[in-house]
Design a protein around this ligand. Sequence first.
Ligand SMILES: NC(=O)C1=CN([C@@H]2O[C@H](COP(=O)(O)OP(=O)(O)OC[C@H]3O[C@@H](n4cnc5c(N)ncnc54)[C@H](OP(=O)(O)O)[C@@H]3O)[C@@H](O)[C@H]2O)C=CC1
Ligand SMILES: Nc1c(N[C@@H]2O[C@H](COP(=O)(O)O)[C@@H](O)[C@H]2O)[nH]c(=O)[nH]c1=O
Length: 620
Amino acid sequence: MPPPLGAAAPAPAATAPSFIHLALSTRRRVPAPRAAAAASVPASHSSHEHDALLLHRAADVADRSAGLTSPHPNFGCVIARPKRETDSADSLVVGEGFLYAQGTPCAELLAAQEAGEHARGATAYLNLEPGDCYGDSTAVRSLVQAGITRVVVGLRHPLKHLRGKAIQALRSEGIQVDVVGEDLQNILFEEALKSCLTVNAPLLYRAAFHVPFSVLKYAMTADGKIAASSGHASWISGKASRGRVFELRGRSDAIIVGGNTVRFDDPRLTARHIKGHVPVRIVMSQSLNLPEEANLWNVNDAYTIVATQRGARRDFQKKLARKGVEVVEFDMLNPRDVMSYCYDRGYLSVLWECGGTLAASAISASVIHKVYVFMAPKIIGGLNAPTPVGELGMSQMTQAIDLIDHSYEKIDRDMLLSGYIQPIPDLSPVIPSMDEIPSVDPEVSPYETNIISFYKTWDTFGAFSNFSPHPIHMPDENGDSFMWPTVEHYYQAHKFIGMDNPEARIIVQEIKLAKSPEEAARIGRTRQKEFPELVRADWETTKIDVMYRAIKHKFSTYPSLTNMLLSTAGSVLVEASPHDLFWGGGREGEGLNYLGRLLMQLRSEILGTFPASVEVGEAA
Ligand SMILES: NC(=O)C1=CN([C@@H]2O[C@H](COP(=O)(O)OP(=O)(O)OC[C@H]3O[C@@H](n4cnc5c(N)ncnc54)[C@H](OP(=O)(O)O)[C@@H]3O)[C@@H](O)[C@H]2O)C=CC1
Ligand SMILES: Nc1c(N[C@@H]2O[C@H](COP(=O)(O)O)[C@@H](O)[C@H]2O)[nH]c(=O)[nH]c1=O
């Protein structure tokens, strides 16, 4: 049985004009075709209260997966049976679940399994409309099959090609669907809606502004310094606060620092006390005047990218590349361009742990959305001691940036102040009517005509990605049929299959058991780097065949995918990975795009215009 309905996350102690309040009052009511809704009676105050509490709980449940695997939206589902007069809110919950990662059982299925027979006639609370994309309707099916009669949705899916689909599917099954702000409009939903927005803030920013959600975090003394005049900064905040920083890192896709921070602190920037997700480390340095040896160059801890000015110290760039550090050149290194690069790379959230110079530059470029300030009860003084934010060009206090929806928390001896610089976008005012939702059709593709890009699984053509949640039955290392959760699992494992070595076999097991394609990729790539001797000798020459076998199997298993592939006939398919120059197309088209080529080859093969045995390299 799930734990009792605990106290909701503490409300902010003081609240500036709340974006949530704004959201509830400005949301547009969407006239949507309704099946069962007509039977609903006007909701009472107490039923609103219950709905709000349980929806809040769904958002809290969704938060359990934050950062475990990235990037994916956080979905939570709470199933509660109908309330009787004497029931307390605690006793209503019969099942709950959250999505661990794309490709793992969805929140709705887990909650329905936990609820069992109690789900009949019950209400399901979802913080976010399920992303029932490319024919995978497990979430909707689970609720329908469980006998759920009402669904309360906190937010519609923010991605346009998914928005409204699952809601429509549920309604067409006769289930009453109440969406907060549309069907449920009451101030009692304010806190619940806020938690739904917060738990997926990175996704909402990404969808609305095409940038990753950026958080600036710093630790300062009570006199507002982030280091002594000497530049020494370890440590300002206490152990408990630094533990919270590890948590923040674990929820982020990337951590950014500037060149000075590397020179002064030699940081590691790992989420070392948190199991699971390992963020990428990014150094922004114009001069590239960085140390030869640094903790960040140890890429076994975590992947490192150095973003620099085009042409800067090419000799040093090569040295970094030899250590496995990726160097990315920019025509004009600045926070905005680095953020669009991160967006292209599919990052949802970025943590800025830089000093005041870069922080000021990032705030001025309007890329920072939220700040976390750890304030320690210490005074260091020093006229030249660095402060958290450098020059912003403001001369009047009236120009100061107001933090909205801010909150305070005591962490041992320190105080944590957090607040938003830019409000979380609420996308509901732009909800399209049902007939505005695009179907999968290259004509409505947001991409350039004749080129269809795909990369992240949530893209319109995201099902072409090897990370898409389409399990394939194929032989394993013993020749036995095995259900590989994704093509990525199959591909990564095959780096080590066929090696007569117990350690290689252990790695294959690890990859087979990986809970998500992200995990499988992480294990495969790091083990390949750490133990090159365990990788099969013919890997470079066989990897294309391995990949082709797997994608061919995937498309033949799922007819909806084949239809989607055929619908792209005449278009060039490009895996828009900005960093994988073998499988992807690269940032500026410099990549070999082998995944795109294989898909085009498969498409031709299905259409009968391409013989099955021709070399892939000749296909594109
Ligand atoms: N207490 C805390 O939370 C923290 C404290 N610190 C402390 O702060 C001090 C360093 O602060 P600071 O000098 O501000 O360092 P930063 O390293 O954060 O930022 C400055 C550096 O960022 C690089 N950079 C790249 N692009 C830009 C851009 N567009 N705008 C600005 N900078 C850019 C440059 O590196 P390059 O010169 O290589 O070209 C520049 O020197 C250290 O003493 C460190 O210990 C640092 C982080 C957090
Ligand atoms: N000094 C200071 C912080 N400094 C930040 O942490 C980085 C060091 O991270 P790591 O090497 O992984 O431990 C450092 O470069 C800077 O970005 N952070 C804090 O929470 N509290 C502190 O007092």
